[in-house]
Design a protein around this ligand. Sequence first.
Ligand code: 5GP
Length: 117
Amino acid sequence: MTYDSNNVFAKILRHEIPNKTVYEDDFVLAFYDINPKAKIHVLVIPKGEYINFQDMLDHASQNEIDGFLKGIFATIKALNLTDGYRLVFNTGRDAGQEVPHLHAHILAGEKLSADHL
Ligand code: 5GP
């Protein structure tokens, strides 16, 4: 599977589609999900072109992987999620991954149940 540079998150990274940014650095962009599944629902995407978690681990530099993980944590700190959060990586068809650019879902802001993603 090759990376589709027309996916919606690639367009967000190119500023072709607006987003509500929570956190940004050299490695990640974090923004509010357009269709929130919890009171707080934020997506964190790497700036590199990776389809899913496996694609990144197979092809990214250690620096990019570190930057992605640290960017997720920086986003969690920016949101001040002292009562907890859920991190989700939907991968592939069985998980219902809609957008083929790696993204971490951060769900928080309420008591989360099994159907929060
Ligand atoms: P997936 O199902 O691929 O794990 O999650 C994709 C997520 O991207 C969904 O929660 C969906 O609401 C969100 N999404 C899709 N298009 C847009 C968009 O244009 N802007 C934002 N902020 N979120 C989007």
